[in-house]
Ligand binder design. Sequence first.
Ligand code: SF4
Ligand code: SF4
Length: 125
Amino acid sequence: MVYVFALLSAVLAWTVLLLVWKVALMRRSARELERAEEIRRELGNNFCRRCNYCAPCTAGISIPNVFLFQGYLRRYGLEDWARGRYGTMPVKAGACVECGACEERCPYQLPIREMLKKVAADFGA
Ligand code: SF4
Ligand code: SF4
């Protein structure tokens, strides 16, 4: 009888543990979905596809790379890495002279000049 009771207690404890784990997983998934939706809203259609059709930049900015590092900074939580990589770029977003040549070549009609201003503000250069 004692053994049966001990066995039932163990099964019950295990079931509770499984339930707690499952609820924790569901909560995490909900948070991740929320974050994904937030990013989707923030990006809309204005995100760089890294095709590089906008090149060459008059000022020598590597346009797809600055947007890539900004993504790591703002969306992927890799701030130190993004700042480190951005710091190695010889020409920063802030060097844009706003000639508009890149925007004429971008097949996605991205407002590159405006986007670069945000990058410069995010990285401080
Ligand atoms: S052309 Fe547009 S989408 Fe392609 S790399 Fe340049 S900015 Fe990004
Ligand atoms: S608008 Fe700025 S980013 Fe675009 S080509 Fe001219 S200098 Fe380069």
